[in-house]
Design a protein around this ligand. Sequence first.
Ligand SMILES: NC(=O)NC1=NC(=O)NC1=O
Length: 244
Amino acid sequence: PLIIQVINPNTSDAMTATIAAAARVVAAPGNEILAVCPQEGAPSIEGHFDEAIATLGVLEQVKLGRDAGVDGHIIACFGDPGLLAARELATAPVIGIAEAAMHLATLVATRFSIVTTLPRTLTIARHLLHQYGFERHCAGLHAIDLPVLALEDGSGTAQQKVREQCIAARDRDGSGAVVLGCGGMADLARSLTDELGIPVIDGVSAAVKMVEALAALGLRTSKQGDLAYPLAKPLSGRFHGLNQ
Ligand SMILES: NC(=O)NC1=NC(=O)NC1=O
């Protein structure tokens, strides 16, 4: 059995619980989901600045997980904050939910759309499409124009907006699949897939199965070249020891 660390990079416990539940639904029997979030940081991540703040907390959690011997790390925020830095620190695989969802979307459709939260985070999704090489696969990007934590306010308004944007994406973009662009949407994928009749993909569950696949194949983060462990040097103050 595996221990899979799922890191919610924001500090909102309700969203950590949503993410953890979605991960546990799909985890193979016997595999443990260790859901964590940074002790300090941003309550939600809605832009480049928030991502920079969150990255330190992600790295601290990755180090704790590695030292606890987890079999994989998942960065459960759609910006995949700190992904490559985390891979330097990690021994086990590190999967971001955006890359996981995008990869799976390309396996079931020739073109996919993305539905995310605030319009200003659309640029972050575009940057990831470029970084991962999926620009030509993405037929459209949509935002529900609600803040991330609206997904946890219990009103159902955000969930309804996600549903509307997924339907619009299916009917207007000519895409065969939709990627949910927020960790807080993780619990919506199954019901939307059934209702819309096309694959609606959540990156949390996608990442859990990718970690399981990599572990089954004996594949871990390469420590050759740029993903080798961080160079040994004395880090000062709050960063002391983080690179060890
Ligand atoms: N595009 C997003 O909504 N990104 C996110 N911000 C968070 O705090 N969690 C996410 O997944």
